[in-house]
Design a protein around this ligand. Structure first.
Ligand SMILES: [Zn+2]
Length: 258
């Protein structure tokens, strides 16, 4: 049972992670990607991730905790606490590890090698909780919706991989090196997934709490890491539409895959 979930989580997260490489190799398709184009793609991805966090993790966790705990107020407290733990975890991770947010929009595509790497470290860091969430969803068995979550994470890895490659090319690395680096970074996700599967097998009752924690980590990644980088306040209609379209498409997929 454990082995089967273990293999499933490892294979799916490897596949999802490899999609980062697909995004990376997109650097060969076009000579130049506009900041606007990248931002729109990342905004769609943010919507996809939000829906995946809600419908594959947070909503099932809510239902399961409510079913396990008699008093609904106590259940709500446990649930909210678990989500907060997830948020706090990524926040602490961000505080402890050095990283930089993308500022490519402000000074064109020219980027110092140091800034590029700090930005890439940030993307790499946030892939740990994403992998963790996948591992937890697989470890939760049929309580969570691991396929939807994996699909959501895989989809959002495309623009992320492209962003990694673009920032490396901007820092004067060759396209092939940039694409391969994106592929390599994708494999941080299976690492997180393995930790997630191991963690959740501690105790049956821990499963829905783990799902809520995982949901919290994804919410923080989207709200604090992805949206602030991509959301164009001056063109908020377009940005909002991009987020909504990602959210709606993923909501549909979650429903169909359930
Ligand atoms: Zn991500």
């Amino acid at each position: 049972m454990v082995n089967h979930l273990f293999v499933e989580a490892l294979l799916s997260s490897c596949l999802a992670g490899m999609i980062t490489g697909v995004g990376g190799f997109m650097i060969f398709i076009k000579k130049k990607y506009s900041q606007e184009y990248i931002n729109t793609m990342l905004s769609i991805a943010a919507g996809v991730m939000l829906a995946a966090a809600f419908f594959a993790l947070l909503v099932p966790a809510q239902k399961q905790i409510a079913a396990l705990v008699e008093d609904i107020h106590v259940a709500g407290f446990w649930y909210a606490g678990a989500v907060f733990v997830g948020v706090a975890l990524v926040w602490i991770l961000n505080e402890v590890l050095p990283h930089e947010h993308a500022h490519m929009g402000h000074h064109g595509w020219g980027m110092s090698s140091k800034a590029a790497w700090l930005f890439i470290i940030a993307i790499t860091i946030h892939k740990i909780p994403e992998g963790l969430a996948m591992g937890i969803a697989y470890g939760a068995g049929n309580l969570a919706n691991p396929e939807s979550l994996t699909l959501g994470i895989a989809l959002h890895n495309i623009p992320e991989g492209l962003t990694i490659a673009i920032s490396l090319v901007a820092a004067h690395y060759s396209r092939i090196k940039a694409a391969l680096c994106a592929l390599a970074i994708g494999f941080v996700q299976p690492l997180g997934a393995l930790i997630g599967v191991l963690l959740i097998h501690a105790d049956e009752k821990v499963i829905p709490l783990g799902m809520a924690v995982a949901g919290g980590t994804l919410l923080f990644v989207v709200i604090n890491e992805i949206l602030p980088e991509t959301y164009d306040v001056k063109k908020s209609n377009r940005s909002a539409f991009a987020v909504f379209s990602g959210f709606i498409v993923m909501t549909y997929l979650c429903m169909v895959l359930d």
